[in-house]
Every structure is written in C-alpha cells, then in structure tokens.
Design a protein around this ligand. Structure first.
Ligand code: ATP
Length: 293
C-alpha cells in the first residue's frame, strides 16, 4: 500500500496488487450508496445538463490530515474528453477521481465543473450528473427490470428497454423465459461477469450522466467478452466527459489523453503515441505489461 516500485523488473507488482485496487474501489462505491455526512452549503445550486468541463486547481488531499495522498494537482479536462489515469498502485488515481463526486473533500485548492466549484453544487445534484462503472457490479435480488431501473428510479418501461438495447443486453433478456421479469441475485438466475457489466452499462445509459468514471471495468473477463464490453463502454462514453482509472494499459490506448500519476503527482500526460515516444514512465509501464502477456 502506497509503495511505488520504480525498477522495471518490479513493475509486475502493479499487476499483482490489482486485487487491492478492487478492494479500494469497493469502498469508493459503497460511499455512493451511503448517506453522506457532507451538508450542502447555504445557497448551493442545482445543476442539470452540465457540459462536463472539469478543472482541478492546485488540489491537495490526504486521508489523514498530516500526510497528503495527492498534492498540488492541476488538471483540466474538456467536456466530452476521455482521459485515462495510469500509474503504479497506490499513486492516487482512485483518490483523484473520488474527489469529483465529493466522496472526500479537497483539503486545498478547488475542483470546478463548468466553472462552478463543486462545493457550491447540491451534492445530490452533482452525483446525479456523475455515473460510475466499476469492476464489482452492485446487483440486488430482484428482476432484471428493477436492476436496470436502479440507474434512474422511476424510469419508464420504454426508457429501460432502450437502455438494455444500447447496452446489448436485449438478446440475453429475450432468451430468458421471464424476460425482463427474470429474478436475478442470490436465489435467481446468476449472471456472468460480462452480463453484469452490461447491466451496469444499461444503468448508465438510463442515468445519462454528463460525466463518467470508469474503473477499468473489464479485467476479469475473457478477451472476447472484454473487447465487446470495451466497445459498449466506448459507446457509453460518447459525448460524456470520461475519467478512466486504468490498470491494464492495452485498453486505454484510444483515450484522448493518458495521465500518468506517480507518487509525485502527475508526471506525464498526452496521447498514447506521444507518451510512448517520450520514453518516460508510461512507455516503461507499457512495455513491461506488453512483455508479460
Ligand atoms: P490502485 O492502482 O491500486 O487502485 P491508486 O493509484 O488508485 O491505486 P489510491 O487508491 O488512490 O491509488 O490510493 C492512494 C493512497 O491512498 C494509497 O496509499 C492507499 O492505500 C491510500 N488510500 C486509499 N483509499 C484510502 C482510504 N479510504 N483510507 C485511507 N487510505 C486510503
């Protein structure tokens, strides 16, 4: 935890420690579900239809006040852009992303969305504009319909069906005897990893947020399924500002920009080809992972 392995021969530690990364993000998602202890400021505003321009200005934060986890982060993400955070385990990729839905408050500096400080936006409104897709899909015992509708409670049947279709879940649903009424969860039909991912994607089509956070959602899947899911995620991220927390570098080559986070903060950023040519940390990580396949 918090250890940064620099030598190339130790880079596989990044991969070995991936389960820890999943555990970290589980905490992250649990926070989305729990009642926040953050109260809205007086005069906090509702936002809807955000463009999704994001700016981090000199942002510092630590889980314990005496020890900064990230320090002096400056970052501008344009509306509709897809950026991928890469770097060694524990460097702070998840932490940077978790400040945006205000799971934690910045200690110093500020984060704005469309120019508005996120502390001046009502929390429910802010989180309503942010969608998260993660490795571990939260399913509850209930019908497929209800599980999709969880993305936007009260959604119409037509909208739910449309979301299922866009996430390419419709074929599977049609093949089930009870269709949308099929009960999933502990006592019902068990979904495969890929189907769970698709369900999570359907929820997000339904929620239709301006901003997406993807926690490398596909690494537990076989290659074929992973490719198909990647395609659906690319569909989902169209027209939305997307932050990808990447663990496997092969899947984020097409990001508009790759941001390398290490213990000293953001050390490099740029498109895949530019970073490879720069022969810095990204290029090292990339070649090390490619060699391990
Ligand atoms: P990974 O690739 O393993 O997911 P990461 O780059 O996303 O790593 P973070 O999860 O942001 O890194 O963690 C940064 C540091 O903060 C690590 O030292 C981690 O142990 C610590 N940390 C993360 N979450 C918490 C938490 N909820 N409480 C205390 N410390 C935490």
């Amino acid at each position: 935890v918090g250890v940064f392995f620099r030598p190339v021969e130790k880079i596989n530690s990044v991969i070995e420690t991936y389960p820890k990364g999943i555990a970290g993000f589980k905490r992250f998602i649990e926070l989305m579900e729990t009642e926040p202890d953050i109260e809205d400021r007086p005069g906090a505003v509702d936002v809807s239809g955000l463009r999704g321009d994001i700016t981090y200005r000199n942002v510092s934060f630590g889980y314990s006040p005496d020890k900064p986890t990230i320090a002096n982060i400056d970052l501008t993400i344009k509306a509709g852009e897809t950026v991928a955070f890469v770097g060694p385990s524990g460097a702070g990729k998840t932490t940077i992303c978790s400040l945006l839905p205000r799971f934690y408050e910045v200690a110093e500096g500020s984060i704005t969305v469309d120019g508005v400080d996120i502390r001046d936006i009502k929390l429910a409104s802010l989180r309503g504009q942010i969608g998260i897709v993660q490795q571990d899909v939260f399913l509850f015992a209930g019908t497929i319909r209800d599980n999709i509708a969880y993305g936007r409670l009260g959604a119409s049947e037509a909208d739910i069906l449309d979301a299922a279709r866009r996430a390419k879940l419709d074929g599977m649903i049609a093949a089930l005897p009870d269709g949308m009424d099929t009960v999933i969860g502990e006592r019902g039909v068990k979904l495969s990893g890929g189907q769970k991912q698709r369900l999570a994607i359907a929820r997000m089509f339904l929620k239709n947020p301006s901003i997406l956070i993807l926690d490398e959602a596909t690494s537990a899947l076989d290659t074929e399924t992973e490719k198909a899911i990647q395609q659906s995620l690319a569909e989902l991220s169209k027209g939305r500002t997307t932050l990808v927390i990447a663990h496997r570098l092969a899947t984020i080559r097409d990001a508009d920009r790759i941001i390398v986070v290490d213990t000293n903060g953001i050390s490099e950023q740029g498109p895949h080809d530019t970073l490879l040519a720069a022969k810095g940390t990204y290029s090292r990580l990339y070649h090390a992972q490619a060699g391990l396949r």
